[in-house]
Design a protein around this ligand. Structure first.
Ligand SMILES: O=C(O)C1=C[C@@H](OP(=O)(O)O)[C@@H](O)[C@H](O)C1
Ligand SMILES: C=C(OP(=O)(O)O)C(=O)O
Length: 442
């Protein structure tokens, strides 16, 4: 089993890029596959989640040629997908399976969507139920609550759906179904979740309306969209590990080039600023409808903060690494309204509390978040204690523990780290690059 050993070392120095944004890559593959003609997707995420979505579309009859930097997609148009020969394996990807469930519900063929052990434990009812109100025929374990999902494509009808959860996966699943439905679909959510689907619809010229947390889309649009070049911004959720790492390891100075700064994703930068971090946003620009900037981060002692329900959606994937920042900060951090963390690749409240406690952190679990009593050792040697930790098969837990381990006085071994490939192939190499720039080793 793959493992990673982190030998306490410091500081982090240098300039790096991070993999392309995972959320944007999923959507780029879907929309270029449905476009009429050829597209390129440059700087895409080569994490396993996105490669599984790429393979899914290949099995749906779309030609996609890959090179390390660019995907060349020969789009087949909105009605050009064909029935796959076997089940589609979405691997570890909640985004992949939920977005594809919506898209495939309105096709005129049958598909089975499945994934790894973690994906088969995650809730699918949140998309299956509203899709059924649109007329979708979806069967699954526990009445459709759990994958595998068997989808018999049918003609859908538009609905008005008020989601109880702020979730871009629910919203996007319904948006893809709505494209194939008769009439108007209206989707409302309690808070604005990431809006990459809407931005990419706009980029490809697919009409929809948005007002606050409500999106409206008329199905079966008469417009046909052609292929386009898409440039994927660097993933802020991957940059997050180095933003926190460089903040908490003394004398660090790191620049990360070309990071996506979509305001529905930048909660971590705002929270770190409130904690006292020194992060400069340099050269803001836009690529394929997404804001992008370079981020320079220098170490700074952090203090605890309160993070409430309003900040959860735009920070959702960054809680594991935020727990690390809070664990070494001065004072208390209180996170509330974050119960969604319990249904990610692992129960991230439980797994982060367990692993960071093993490293000496003081964390109290709550049903919807946690209270972290910072060790107040940010900026000094040996904040956390080296330990043997587990990833729980969760890429973000594995990388967060690795960053926390940089502040420990002893080496830390993280067991079962193959999952890092899910979103961040080359993570270890990037970390090493920043450490060797200052004469350190892993
Ligand atoms: O739509 C997306 O690309 C994503 C949405 C989020 O999930 P939810 O929509 O379930 O919150 C996030 O956690 C996930 O990593 C990616
Ligand atoms: C939750 C995540 O992804 P997904 O839901 O797509 O598996 C993540 O990457 O942190």
């Amino acid at each position: 089993m793959a493992s990673l050993t982190i030998t306490p070392c410091r500081p982090l120095k240098g300039t790096i890029t991070v993999p392309g944004d995972k959320s944007v890559t999923h959507r780029a593959i879907i929309l270029t596959a449905l476009a009429e003609g050829a597209s390129t997707i440059r700087d895409y995420c080569r994490g396993e989640d996105c490669l599984n979505t790429m393979r899914a579309f290949q099995s749906l009859g779309v030609r996609i040629d890959e090179s390390p930097q660019t995907l060349h997609v020969s789009g087949k148009g909105m009605w050009g997908l064909t029935e796959p020969f076997g089940p589609i394996d979405c691997g570890n990807s909640g985004t992949g399976i939920r977005l594809m469930a919506g898209l495939l519900a309105g096709q005129d063929f049958f598909t089975i969507l499945t994934g790894d052990e973690s994906i088969r434990r995650r809730p699918m009812g949140r998309v299956v139920k509203p899709l059924r109100t649109m007329g979708a025929t979806i069967a699954g374990r526990k009445g459709g609550e759990l994958a595998p999902l068997a989808i018999t494509g049918t003609r859908l009808r538009g609905v008005s759906y008020v989601s109880p959860v702020a979730s871009a996966q629910i919203k996007s699943s319904l948006l893809f179904a709505a494209l194939y439905a008769d009439g108007l679909t209206t989707i409302s959510e309690p808070r604005l979740s990431r809006d990459h689907t809407e931005r990419m619809f706009a980029y490809f010229g697919i009409p929809f309306e948005r007002e606050g947390c409500t999106v409206k889309i008329e199905g079966r649009p008469s417009v046909r969209w052609g292929g386009k070049p898409v440039v994927v911004p660097g993933d802020l959720s991957a940059a997050a590990f180095f933003l926190v790492g460089a903040s908490i390891v003394p004398e660090s100075d790191v620049t990360i080039r070309g990071v996506g700064m979509n305001p529905t994703r930048t909660g971590l930068v705002e929270v770190l600023h409130r904690m006292g971090a020194q992060i400069e946003v340099v050269s803001p620009r836009e690529e394929a409808g997404e804001p992008v900037a370079d981020l320079r981060v220098r170490s700074m002692p952090l203090r605890g903060v309160r993070i409430g329900p309003d900040q959860i959606p735009q920070t959702i994937d960054e809680f594991p690494i935020l727990c690390v920042a809070a664990a070494v900060a001065e004072g208390e951090t209180v996170i509330t309204g974050a119960e969604e963390l319990r249904v990610k690749e692992s129960d991230r409240i439980a797994t982060m509390a367990k692993e960071l406690r093993a490293m000496g952190a003081r964390i109290e679990e709550r049903p919807d978040g946690m209270v972290i009593q910072g060790l107040g050792r940010n900026g000094s040697n040996g904040a956390l204690t080296g330990a043997t930790c587990e990833s729980h098969g969760d890429h973000r837990v594995a990388m967060s523990v690795a960053i926390g381990a940089l502040t420990a006085a002893q080496p830390t071994q993280i067991v079962d780290t193959a999952c890092i490939e899910t979103s961040f192939p080359g993570f270890e190499g990037k970390l090493l690059e920043l450490l060797t720039a200052s004469g350190n080793r892993l």
